[in-house]
Design a protein around this ligand. Structure first.
Ligand SMILES: C[S@@+](CC[C@H](N)C(=O)[O-])C[C@H]1O[C@@H](n2cnc3c(N)ncnc32)[C@H](O)[C@@H]1O
Length: 260
């Protein structure tokens, strides 16, 4: 009994630490999986969960170690053209700008920014810039490498197949149009991508409570260029009533436009 209570205290302490240091919230239903993963990770370092926590509390963990812990604490599910209607919507909004600058926040391993890059290329956009950010450093490393399992939605001319045709690698010119950055949207550091015309955040806000979602949306709206679009997955915006942005009608997603 005493052991079970100690374990619960230990778990709560990890949740508190992740929140106070990084503002990362871990939903109740994801906590058991996180603790199992943390336990395995601690074991791989020849530590226990308790000894790893002690080092974390004493600020003795390296940046790489924290990167791994944050990676374990967040959900990274994604895929190419996960929501084709949203990719199409982004391309439609992009057509309003001569050189659209698109920011994808919580881009995981990069499939979302690359899907947009592929779509804009196929629709004949000659010039655009897409920037993907994610709090997870391992995810951003994968995105920067630009090598994925072959996917039928991605034409070979944009991502030539490698050796055994199980992998594909995005072409150099498309990679120049799609950049990535490790970044915590709840941290103070600015994103290295000024005045985007479109900001897309999908399947990230759902992991946060309402007040945190609204804080994220407020800061994204400040980043947005005048006349720009802020797009979230349907029903993720927690009934946010922004100032200086109009809500547009869309079936595919929730769309706001910053009044010029
Ligand atoms: C479920 S994935 C969604 C990926 C992609 N947007 C999609 O819809 O397929 C959510 C991503 O948000 C990232 N994330 C969570 N909190 C974040 C934060 N505070 N700042 C930046 N990224 C965050 C996670 O690391 C994860 O990769």
């Amino acid at each position: 009994m005493a052991e079970a209570i100690a374990a619960l205290d230990e778990y709560e302490a990890w949740i508190d630490l992740l929140f106070t240091r990084f503002k990362i919230e871990v939903a109740q239903d994801r906590q058991p999986a996180l603790f199992r993963a943390l336990q395995n990770y601690a074991g791989s370092l020849e530590e226990t969960l308790a000894s790893l926590f002690l080092r974390a509390q004493r600020r003795q963990l390296t940046q790489d170690c924290w990167a791994q812990i944050i990676h374990l604490a967040t959900n990274h599910e994604t895929r190419f053209y996960r929501n084709p209607a949203v990719v199409e919507l982004v391309a439609k909004c992009a057509s309003e700008f001569p050189r659209p600058r698109i920011l994808s926040v919580g881009c995981s391993t990069g499939e979302e920014p690359y899907s947009i890059g592929v779509e804009l290329s196929l629709q004949g956009f000659a010039n655009f810039q897409i920037h993907g950010t994610d709090v997870s450093a391992p995810c951003i490393e994968t995105a920067q490498a630009g090598v994925y399992r072959v996917n039928d939605a991605i034409p070979e001319k944009l991502a030539p197949r490698l050796n055994d045709r199980r992998l594909m690698s995005f072409t150099g010119w498309l990679k120049n149009f799609v950049t990535f950055e490790q970044h915590n949207i709840l941290a103070e550091r600015p994103i290295d991508f000024a005045a985007p015309n479109i900001i897309l955040t999908q399947n990230m806000l759902i992991y946060y409570r309402r007040e945190t979602r609204i804080r994220i949306l407020e800061s994204l709206s400040c980043l947005l260029a005048e006349g720009g679009f802020l797009i979230t997955a349907a029903a993720e915006e927690a009934h946010w009533k922004p100032q200086g942005l109009d809500r547009l009608h869309s079936h595919a997603a929730t769309v706001f436009r910053k009044t010029p």
